[in-house]
Design a protein. Structure first.
Length: 244
């Protein structure tokens, strides 16, 4: 049984900090959040919550109010494979709705398939902007050696997203032998592939990981910059992109 509650005490913030550090392997001085910052955000009325299982913290999330009626989720981490991340997001959604907010935003790496599937398919969020090298150089164990490109995900809380179609779609970016290959852009609906496991690829073939980074930036980022919309994530592998 997962219990989720807001955090209010320094000991809880320190526990959340240790959880985040264990997940990402942050180096000293390179952490995106620390216990003191969590204390300040919580005291100012922002969202700082932990997920517990049998008295042990197994997930945590930190978010703050953003421009307009929005909550920006700065960092969420959880032990994998147990639905903890989904429960945290549902709790965050209820918290936002109780305060009259209409959307939650966050950034994520467009190359990480499981995050794209989680954000678009399970939650119904949609990426609205491509942000090249958003955080600059990052030295944590997960992102080290790669550019910090991010998609800005927007989870509109008032209504479910419209269904998407892949009928008549062309593959604008596909995978061949582990590397990206550009295809046809001659369609209104396009499919943009991402690698199966970019985190392992960074360690095993840094050149291939970098090729994927630049290919997705050029194709997906270029489409979004040109007014196209990401409408779904198909077959746990492809962004579905519709041109205006």
């Amino acid at each position: 049984m997962i219990e989720i509650r807001e955090l209010n005490h320094l000991e809880e913030f320190a526990e959340a900090f240790r959880l985040f550090t264990g997940i990402w392997g942050f180096e000293p001085g390179n952490q995106p959040v620390n216990p003191e910052m969590m204390r300040a955000l919580s005291h100012a009325g922002n969202y700082v919550a932990g997920a517990y299982e049998g008295g042990l913290m197994v997930g945590a999330s930190v978010a703050f109010f953003a421009e307009g009626a929005a909550l920006h989720s700065h960092i969420t981490g959880a032990l994998t494979g147990r639905g903890i991340g989904l429960e945290l997001k549902r709790h965050q959604r209820r918290w936002a709705l109780d305060r009259g907010l209409d959307r939650i935003t966050w950034t994520y790496d467009p190359l990480v398939r499981r995050n794209a599937h989680f954000n678009l398919t399970k939650l119904g969020a949609r990426p609205e902007k491509y942000l090249p090298s958003f955080y600059g150089a990052m030295d944590d164990a997960v992102n080290k050696g790669d550019d910090s490109d991010r998609l800005l995900a927007v989870w509109r809380l008032g209504a479910p997203p419209s269904p998407f179609t892949v009928e008549g779609a062309r593959v604008a970016l596909r995978e061949e032998a582990g590397r990206p290959v550009e295809g046809s852009m001659d369609a209104r609906v396009l499919l943009v592939a991402v690698p199966e496991d970019v985190e392992s690829l960074r360690k095993e073939d840094a050149g291939a990981a970098k090729a994927w980074r630049h290919a997705v930036r050029d194709v997906l980022g270029g489409l979004l910059d040109g007014g196209a919309r990401v409408t779904g994530f198909h077959a746990k592998s492809y962004y579905v992109v519709e041109r205006p």
